[in-house]
Design a protein around this ligand. Sequence first.
Ligand code: AMP
Ligand code: MG
Length: 401
Amino acid sequence: MISVDVARGKVIEDVMPVGAETVSLAQALGRVLAEDVAARVSHPPVTVSAMDGWAVRAQDVAAVPVTLAVIGQSAAGHPFAGSLAAGEAVRIFTGAPMPAGADAVVMQEDSRAEGGHVTLTASSPTGKYVRAAGLDFSDGDVLLPAGTLLGARGIGLAAAMNHPWLAVRRRPRVAVLSTGDEIAMPGEPLGTAHIVGSNGPALCAFVTALGAEPVHLGIARDSRQSLTAMVAAAAGCDLLVISGGASVGDYDLVKDVLAEAGLVQEFYKIAMRPGKPLMFGRLHGTPVLGLPGNPVSAMVCAMLFLAPLLRSMLGLAVDLDTATAVLGRDLPANDARQDYLRAGLTRRPDTGGLVATPFPTQDSAVLSGLTAADCLVVRPPHAAAAIAGESVTVIPLPALW
Ligand code: AMP
Ligand code: MG
C-alpha cells in the first residue's frame, strides 16, 4: 500500500493539458483560458467624466461661487467637438469624454444653471471626478493569463478588453463505467438481488462539476467478455474511470481484464479509508482510474485523485482547498490508513471559528452521510486519539460536489 500523497503524485505526473478550442463569451463560464488574453483596447479609451455635472478648468473654480459661460455639452457617445477656454464650462454626463481644455468636473448638485451661464458653488481640483484614459487598463495589457478559470467577472473583463471569443482548454472527455451483476440503473425494475447504481450518475456529475465532459458507458457485468467490450471505449476518451470490481473477490475482474487489454499499472491499493482498492494505470497511453465500488469510497477517491487529474488536464492548480477547524467530538487513535471522515461544519458563536464534527457512522456504504457532510476531516496515519477542541485539517466540500 502506498500513501495518498505518493499516489496522487503518480496520478498527476506526466499529465499533458488537453488542447484548446475557441468559444464565445456566452460559453466561457467555468472554462480555463488556454492563452494569455491581452487587452485590444484601453479602458476607458479616452479621459471621461465620473459624474453628471460641469467640465471646467480647475483654476476657474478655485474660488467659489463663480459663474461661467456654458459653451455646449458632452454626453456619453456624443463628445463635445470644441475646446474649453478660461471662464467657460461644458455640461457633461457620466462616461462622456472630457472636452479639450477641461481638467476637472464640478458635480451637478453644486451648480445652478440659468440661461447661457452656470453658477458653481463648489471647487474641484485638477482631476477631480475625472477618469483618465487607461485608468483601468491599456491596450496590450495581459489581465487574464493562460490558466485562468473563467467566472462571471473574468468574462466581463474579457468583454471589456474587446474579446468576443476566447481560446479555452477543451473539456476532457471522461468515460465512466460502473461494474457489477447486482447493479441496476435508477428507475429500472428491481429484483431482490439488485441494488440501484449510484456511482455512475454521481461520477458523471462530478466530472461535469470539474469542467470535463462525462461519457456514461453504463454498467459492465462481472464477466471478462462484458468488461473487455466496455473497456474498449477508453480508446476515444481522455480518461477512463471504472467503479467497482477492483477488490480481491472472485468477481473482481477489472484488474485482470485491464491487464489483458494492455494496462500499464502504476499502483493498486492506497493506505487510505475509505477507498483502499484504488487502481491507476495507463491503457495505450490513456489514464485509467479504477475506483472502489462502495459509493462513499468511490466519491472520496474521486475527490482525492480524479479531481487533481482533471484539473491538471485543464492546466489548473491541483491542490484541494483545506482549512483548519477544531473537533466537535473526541476521536479514537487512527491506524495505518489515512482517514477521511465525513463531518458537519459549523461556526462557534463566540469566535466564529470552524467546528468539524465527524458523523458517528463512517461506513463506506453510507451515501446519505457523505451527502450530508460539509467537509472531510483528514486523519493522518497513526494519529493519536484526539479530544474535542483539538485542531484538525478539513477539506470543505464544494456545493457542486
Ligand atoms: P465491488 O468493488 O464491485 O466489490 O463493490 C463494492 C460494493 O460497492 C458492493 O457492495 C457493490 O454492490 C457496491 N457498488 C458497486 N458498484 C456500485 C454502484 N455503481 N453504485 C452503488 N454501489 C455500487
Ligand atoms: Mg462488484
